[in-house]
Ligand binder design. Structure first.
Ligand SMILES: O=C(O)CCC(=O)C(=O)O
Ligand SMILES: [Fe+2]
Length: 326
């Protein structure tokens, strides 16, 4: 894990860049401001930028920043992302995440996830304790590639912690930490798998988190689980939303075995307020441990965005110059 803890001077410099930006952009519209935020990221402390650029080049699977600024008078944890959006909760923290994230890649969002927002709120929501989305709590969030279904998914999933009072762990498993035995490795390299949108993507009508539609009704891609550099392959898997092609029992068995090996190799990253982790979405899968939600304003609360190294991949796919995938 690559880790850099900002000095208090550096933390105050980041806060000053963020405050300066908000003073000149009073109506928070991150999708509109993303290019400007990237320009402002040039003003971040040099040590932070050098760390991020070298971690990106090294393809470090987990990149952690510590001691980022979080408002001392942070509002209570919202009861849902919808309320967080309505109340523009913790906007400066969204900006801080976008500023540091901009050094690693371009932030983008999804038309049909969290209302097309560029930065998402992750907080436990009543009624969703056992859902397969980030609003869950009592259900383990299975190790997954973020947005596994889409060939334009992020190169990084970026999480910034605002609160984590019970020290709930984000789980991370690195592809390089698993030795896939033959013939499983060979099968995982073949286009024998279907990747479906998870329950947070409202890709089909009548679909909701409470009443998710059947996987088979969702549009999906067919591809391999392992791909890319021969000696150090990339990975694409989400056991809950990946299946072998119909009738391919060999591929199904390889998939389940791979998920088991990854689960056995999982480590834990416990984020504290002011920490941000950037998980390489090609080199690692991530999930989350269970916890008991409080629903009293002190709950765990993260901000999340996805970053892509080359936004033109998105433009080509959507045939429009937009930061939103549909
Ligand atoms: O809450 C966490 O630590 C991770 C949740 C997650 O998988 C995500 O937000 O993509
Ligand atoms: Fe995730």
């Amino acid at each position: 894990m690559a880790r850099y803890v900002l000095s208090d001077v550096e933390r105050n410099e980041v806060a000053a860049v963020a405050d300066g930006f908000l003073a000149t952009h009073p109506n928070w519209a991150p999708l509109e401001y993303a290019d400007d935020i990237r320009v402002e990221a040039e003003r971040l402390p040099l040590g932070v930028r050098r760390f991020l650029v070298s971690s990106r080049a090294a393809e470090d699977a987990t990149i952690v920043l510590g001691n980022l600024p979080v408002d001392e008078n942070l509002v209570p944890t919202p009861p849902s992302w919808e309320i967080a959006e309505k109340e523009a909760a913790a906007v400066r923290e969204e900006l801080v995440l976008l500023l540091v994230g901009s050094v690693l890649g371009e932030p983008f969002g999804w038309v049909n996830q969290q209302n097309g927002r560029l930065v998402h709120d992750i907080c436990p929501s009543r009624g969703q304790e056992n859902s397969l989305t980030s609003a869950s709590s009592e259900q383990q969030l299975t190790l997954h590639t973020e947005d596994v279904f889409h060939s334009c998914r992020g190169d990084y999933v970026a999480l910034m912690c605002l609160r984590n009072p019970d020290a709930v762990g984000t789980t991370v498993a690195l592809v390089e930490s698993v030795e896939f035995p033959e013939p499983i490795r060979r099968i995982l390299h073949q286009d024998r798998f279907r990747f479906f949108p998870d329950d947070s993507h409202h890709v089909v009508p009548q679909h909701s988190v409470e009443r998710p539609s059947a996987l088979q009704d969702r549009p999906h891609e067919v591809a391999s689980v392992l791909f890319g550099p021969e000696g150090a392959p990339y990975l694409r898997i989400d056991a809950d939303f990946t299946e072998a092609l119909p009738g391919d029992a060999e591929a199904e068995a390889a998939l389940r075995e791979a998920a088991g090996l990854l689960a056995a190799a999982a480590q834990r990253v416990v984020l504290s307020p002011g920490d941000a982790v950037f998980i390489d979405n090609h080199r690692a899968v991530h999930g989350r441990d269970t916890f008991t939600p409080r629903y009293d304003g002190t709950d765990r609360w993260l901000k999340r965005t996805s970053l892509v190294r080359d936004l033109r991949r998105t433009y080509v796919r959507t045939k429009t110059r937009a930061r939103l995938l549909g």
